[in-house]
Design a protein around this ligand. Structure first.
Ligand code: BDP
Length: 600
């Protein structure tokens, strides 16, 4: 699914703005004609979560309707007109002039539909989108459990607020009747040359086309000859300017057919794993940085462009060269920025806190996970910043469920279901994209067998917080022992994808005790020191970049997870200065330079 683009042959109309909105707790909107007109609408900003725009909607996750009217420009006549929703959390149905045109399940990934037949050219068109984010046990991620959740409110199985609504732009766009439908690029290196493989899919009747790669040195072109809608070509790029963190160079690949053209930014680079390293263009790179969330005051999980630019500036200030899109795919706009900024991304599928004890649910859960993975890889496959796919975060082993008070009936069988399930996901990701490593992010106590097919062993570790609370010396000793044991077992690159401590900004202590800024700073410094003496550890990602909204509970002050290096308002805690000393002031092997400013 190509990101819509404006050029001489294609048009884009962004429908971001204030929409009409009405909650529909009784589900009577459809019968009452809300697809054409809401009864009692109130204003609602799109993109944004609805929860923080009105106090009465904070904990509302049921059905709601968004509606707006728009003219379709007369100049688009004769083209195909599409509507694209960047992210509707969680389940959505789109109506154009009262006609249902598309439905989608799962937040965080785009969907689109051809609405040419529904468009009215002589009057405004009514676009209505019904969205609900019910927290249900048979969804991925799951909610509404009695015995499986974190024990807070609202009842999720995961530690972030279940924001709901239209989180990313809704776009109208036009394409020529016979359009370029998809482009996939991948790179191999041969001496100083890069070999760029380009696979193009185009609409029926396309026979010939061309590609041109420009942006450095002489433009390189080649012809395309389509068969059954597909064409493949390989471009040899002599003395290629390879994409890397220190020089995230983007070429422009323009594909032409007789009727259409599309320009894709392309970074030429390869990613490989060895027994103990991740190689970018054949050179070892580190994935030092952060876990993150899409989260901010009022906008919730909605795309917030100024925040995005600021976050990148702050990550640069810190010297962070990498992050994971924990625990769901982030906006496409963010992925584009990552490409430009040379960030190294672990791109995570929307599968957090999977549980395997209920056999009846497993086929449905697997179907949803596979769909999420397919959509994610289809969306993000061309981003050079994506260096690894994560198929899931912290699937829960039976032993952990038992610690949380859930009955432990047939633990072995549940863990075996988990192994089969997760192996299926890892294999699917590898089959869809053999050019990138795949991983699975494991919670403390997860069976090693779950990661048997992962290329990189990603571990979330909370020694010194949930375990060995308040005792940094034994915590760090346990961390070291565990890393050595995992290395001895797997002989594969390892990284700690989460570690950290909840910290109330402004709370200090000497000696450092839990929740103080000093405790967080010492814990993070200690973890980095333990990892530094172990060359098989290829990255350390602090949990979390910033304080974020979680669910209300006895572990979450004000409903917030306070493990941020920055506060939710993006002010640095003490640990930010520690990280800056350790990261920003050194030239990492990955070439991260610690530049403070965004490039032009
Ligand atoms: C890990 C989860 C993450 C949580 C974190 C925490 O992966 O989503 O926010 O713990 O408890 O288990 O802070």
């Amino acid at each position: 699914m190509l990101y819509p683009q404006q050029n001489a042959l294609r048009n884009v109309l962004d429908l971001s703005g204030i929409w009409q909105f009405q909650p529909d707790p009784e589900g009577r909107g459809l019968a009452a004609g809300w697809a054409l007109e809401l009864e009692d609408p109130r204003p609602m900003a799109v993109p944004a979560s609805w929860n923080e725009q009105y106090a009465d909607l904070f904990n509302y996750f049921g059905l709601a309707w968004y509606l707006r009217r728009t003219w379709v420009p007369a100049g688009w006549r004769g083209q195909r007109v599409w509507l694209r929703v960047g992210s509707a959390c969680y389940q959505a149905t789109v109506y154009v002039n009262g006609v249902p045109v598309a439905s989608h399940t799962g937040g965080h990934l785009p969907f689109c539909c051809d609405i040419t037949e529904q468009v009215r050219w002589d009057e405004p068109n009514t676009i209505a989108i019904s969205v609900e984010n019910e927290l249900l046990p048979d969804r991925v991620p799951a909610g509404g459990h009695s015995d499986l959740g974190l024990g807070g409110y609202p009842p999720t199985t995961y530690d972030f607020f279940p924001y709901a609504g239209l989180h990313r732009p809704v776009l109208l766009y036009s394409q020529p009747p016979v359009a370029i439908e998809d482009i996939a690029v991948s790179t191999e290196l041969e001496g100083g040359d890069a070999l760029l493989r380009v696979v193009v899919r185009a609409g029926g009747g396309t026979t010939l086309g061309s590609v041109t790669l420009s942006g450095h040195g002489e433009p390189i072109g080649a012809g395309l000859s389509f068969q059954d809608g597909g064409a493949t070509v390989q471009l040899r790029v002599p003395e290629a300017r390879l994409w890397c963190p220190a020089d995230p160079w983007l070429y422009e690949l323009t594909v032409h057919t007789a009727t259409d053209s599309y320009t894709l930014p392309v970074g030429l680079r390869t990613v490989k794993v060895t027994e103990s390293a991740l190689l970018l263009n054949g050179q070892p790179v580190r994935l030092d940085g952060l876990g993150r969330h899409e989260d901010f005051y009022v906008s919730g999980k909605g795309l917030n462009l100024p925040l995005l630019v600021k976050d990148y500036q702050l990550m640069r200030w810190l010297g962070a060269g990498s992050y994971r899109t924990s625990h769901y795919p982030y906006s496409e706009e963010e992925m584009q920025l990552a490409d430009r900024m040379g960030m190294l991304i672990i791109d995570e599928a929307p599968a957090v806190s999977l549980q395997f004890h209920d056999e009846a649910l497993l086929p449905g859960l697997l179907r949803q996970c596979l769909a999420g993975l397919d959509e994610l890889i289809a969306r993000d496959k061309n981003h050079p910043s994506v260096v690894m796919w994560s198929v899931a975060n912290e699937p829960l082993p039976a032993s952990l469920r038992a610690r949380r008070g859930a009955p432990l009936a047939d633990a072995e069988a549940a863990d075996e279901h988990g192994r089969v399930f997760l192996t299926t996901l890892l294999r699917r990701a590898r089959a869809l994209d053999p050019t990138r490593p795949v991983t699975l992010v494991a919670v403390m106590g997860a069976p090693d067998s779950w990661q048997a097919e992962a290329d990189v062993i990603c571990l979330n570790r909370y020694w010194g917080w949930y375990v060995d609370s308040g005792q940094l010396a034994p915590a760090l000793a346990h961390l070291g022992e565990e890393l050595d044991a995992k290395w001895a077992h797997f002989h594969r690159p390892l990284m700690v994808t989460e570690f950290g401590a909840d910290t109330l900004a402004g709370l200090h202590g000497e000696p450092p005790v839990m929740w103080t800024e000093e405790y967080q700073a010492e814990l993070v410094r200690g973890y980095l020191a333990v990892a530094a003496s172990r060359p098989f550890v290829i990255g350390m990602q602090v949990w979390n970049y910033a304080d974020f909204a979680a669910v209300q509970g006895i572990n979450r002050v004000g409903g917030m997870n306070l493990k941020g290096v920055f506060t939710r308002a993006r002010q640095p805690k003490l640990v930010a200065h520690v990280l800056r000393e350790l990261w920003a002031r050194r030239e990492t092997a990955s070439g991260t330079s610690g530049v403070d400013q965004l490039p032009e």
